[in-house]
Design a protein around this ligand. Structure first.
Ligand SMILES: *Cc1c(COP(=O)(O)O)cnc(C)c1O
Length: 488
């Protein structure tokens, strides 16, 4: 299996190369040359790890299958539940809980695997470079990446987060992170500032030169990496079979999926599963008040001229969905010159528009809708009253959008423990004056579940990371961290 760039199909690399590079040099994203086919019926009864092996070996054909088995074991061994992914019946819907990893958000599904894929890719390519992962985060990605890369040989990870832009639990999760190779820095500024500064650090010739002299090189744990996309395909196969096993779906029947969407990675994985032969019908793309994707699906026009709205589902507050490029590439029949034109339009004018033919293909496959902040709060409350189930604010957006659809699997992307304060307020209770432990206790009583290890006692853990910096100090901070780590 080769991978080529969405912007230049002459660029062809192996999976190992695509995983290490992350992004192609001219800015395109790596996509598989074909969608491998999988006889999904044959996967019935397999464990999550076994299904992951079936999917990974179709995509990472240059990797040794036994080593793939090994790295899957390492990645998912850190998950709490006996079942890695849990499918529950909530009212007349099925909800697929993807948050049983160490950081309580679905990003663990991929970020627990990616570091092991990178280490193996380096071994295969004979690279001795130390990999320095730079990440800007609005909350969930940073912690999942820290946890995934902690103590992974040959890697350092530096995470930048906006000082006042993450929830209290999210901040505590990051600053108490263990592992000698992990580094966390609070930025004075918002997420956009952090993201822009990290991007420019990546491209800085000075920094790259300094790193090369230390025998290191930058890499990214961002969701555009194919090593993050492929692990996400697995849970749609698993969720399908779980619904069949539980008697809510007949084998062979078509299933729709509803995904709370931000960067478009998760729902793209569902599309890839569909292209691999899983009988997925409609892809329901759920957005919050930042509903640029809803509008795109309905009109074929992607228009970034709109205000950025801060919501209680912050991981979906995004106006430029980087993985959308892979989906558009398929919708325009892999026409790379068209792709370049669209991306040029986006860059220069903030808008791109599909042809009528491509727009109608999008509408055939996808349905876009959104939940306002008010609807999200009401959904959390109504679902709790009617079914006893507690939705996190991201999943609530999808639950609202899936509403009356039949045969739909809803992706649940975060544990309610991560957003306890918003949930309490949705239920009409104030969290004012409550510490993290009190909020956790309240959520525990509401869900009838024990406080998960990832956040239990988090307020009493040792704070290991104290650094803060201004946006214009990021480059110097990176060098300082790497030198202090004895890398010179
Ligand atoms: C990242 C995230 C999302 C959005 O996922 P994408 O793959 O970026 O679309 C949704 N919910 C939660 C809780 C997240 O952390």
């Amino acid at each position: 299996m080769k991978y080529f760039s969405t912007r230049n199909t002459a660029v062809q690399v192996t999976a190992a190369e695509a995983i290490l590079k992350g992004l192609s040099e001219e800015g395109g994203l790596f996509v598989p040359e074909v969608f491998p086919q999988l006889e999904y019926e044959n996967l019935a009864g397999l464990s999550y790890e076994e299904m992951a092996w079936e999917v990974f070996t179709r995509y990472f054909t240059d990797f040794d299958p036994e080593r793939i088995r090994n790295l899957i074991g390492k990645a998912y061994g850190s998950f709490d539940a006996a079942q890695r992914v849990v499918v529950k019946r909530v009212g007349s819907q099925s909800v697929m809980e993807l948050f049983h990893g160490p950081t309580l958000a679905f990003k663990d599904m991929a970020l627990s695997v990616l570091p092991h894929l990178m280490v193996e890719a380096k071994r295969m390519l004979g690279s001795n470079e130390e990999t320095v992962i730079l990440t800007a985060t609005s909350g969930d990605t940073g912690k999942a990446a820290l946890e995934g890369f902690s103590e992974v040989e040959g890697t350092q990870i530096i995470v930048f987060y906006p000082k006042d832009g993450v929830s209290e639990v999210q901040e505590l999760q990051m600053v108490t992170q263990t592992g000698e190779n992990t580094h966390v820095v609070a930025i004075e500024g918002n997420f956009d500032d952090a993201q822009r500064a990290v991007k420019s650090a990546f491209q800085s010739q000075d920094l790259q030169g300094a790193l090369a002299a230390m025998g290191s090189a930058f890499s990214s744990a961002n969701s555009i990496n194919i090593g993050r996309l492929v692990p996400q395909i697995v849970y749609y196969f698993y969720g399908y079979h779980e619904m069949v096993r539980q008697g809510h779906l007949r084998m062979g029947e078509t299933l729709s999926v509803c995904v709370p969407t931000g960067n478009f990675g998760n729902i793209l994985a569902a599309y890839y599963a569909r292209e691999m032969g899983l009988p997925i019908g409609k892809l329901l793309c759920a957005s919050n008040d930042n509903h640029i994707l809803t509008d795109f699906i309905r009109t074929g026009q992607y228009d970034t001229h709109r205000p950025f709205i801060k919501t209680i589902s912050p991981s979906m507050d995004i106006l430029v969905s980087s993985n959308l490029e892979r989906f558009v590439f398929e919708m325009i029949n892999r026409d790379e010159s068209m792709m370049n034109q669209l991306m040029k339009d986006l860059k220069e004018t903030g808008v791109f528009a599909l042809s009528e033919e491509a727009a109608s293909r999008v509408r055939d496959l996808m349905q876009g809708d959104y939940a306002s902040q008010q609807q999200t709060l009401e959904t959390i409350n109504a679902c709790r009253t009617e079914t006893g189930y507690l939705l996190d604010p991201h999943t609530a957006v999808a639950y609202h959008v899936a509403n009356a659809e039949e045969n739909v699997l809803i992706a649940s992307t975060a544990s309610p423990y991560k957003f306890g304060e918003s949930i309490l307020s949705a239920l009409g209770r104030s969290a004012r004056g409550m510490g993290v432990a009190d909020v956790n206790q309240a959520i525990s009583e509401l869900t009838g579940t024990g406080v998960p290890a990832g956040v239990d006692g988090i307020e009493t853990r040792e704070v290991r990371h104290h650094r803060t910096c201004r946006v214009d100090e990021i480059d110097a901070t990176i060098l300082d961290i790497l030198k202090a780590g004895g890398q010179v």
